[in-house]
Write a protein that binds this ligand. Structure first.
Ligand SMILES: [Zn+2]
Length: 86
């Protein structure tokens, strides 16, 4: 998969250009799952939705665990503040 860093810089707030927020990381996690589904289905339809949600279901627990380890999820509902990655 190819993701354009220039697109990332244009898409997110100034703060997130230096320190990614949980919102930004979640956005890109979902984007990865979406694009992975396109490896199986070209168009956006119910079959694509099936693969997209399957990737989310499979990888979300590990993603959340990683965010917890990286201290993105330490205080219950995260307010999206920028947190420095360790
Ligand atoms: Zn798409």
């Amino acid at each position: 998969m190819f993701f354009n860093f220039r697109f990332y810089l244009g898409l997110h707030d100034e703060d997130c250009k230096i320190k990614p927020t949980i919102k930004v990381i979640t956005y890109w996690f979902m984007m990865f799952c979406h694009e992975l589904a396109h490896n199986f289905v070209k168009h956006h339809n119910s079959e694509h939705e099936y693969y997209f949600l399957s990737f989310v279901e499979i990888y979300m627990p590990n993603f959340l665990e990683l965010m917890k380890k990286r201290q993105f999820l330490t205080s219950g509902i995260n307010d999206g503040r920028c947190v420095k990655l360790n």
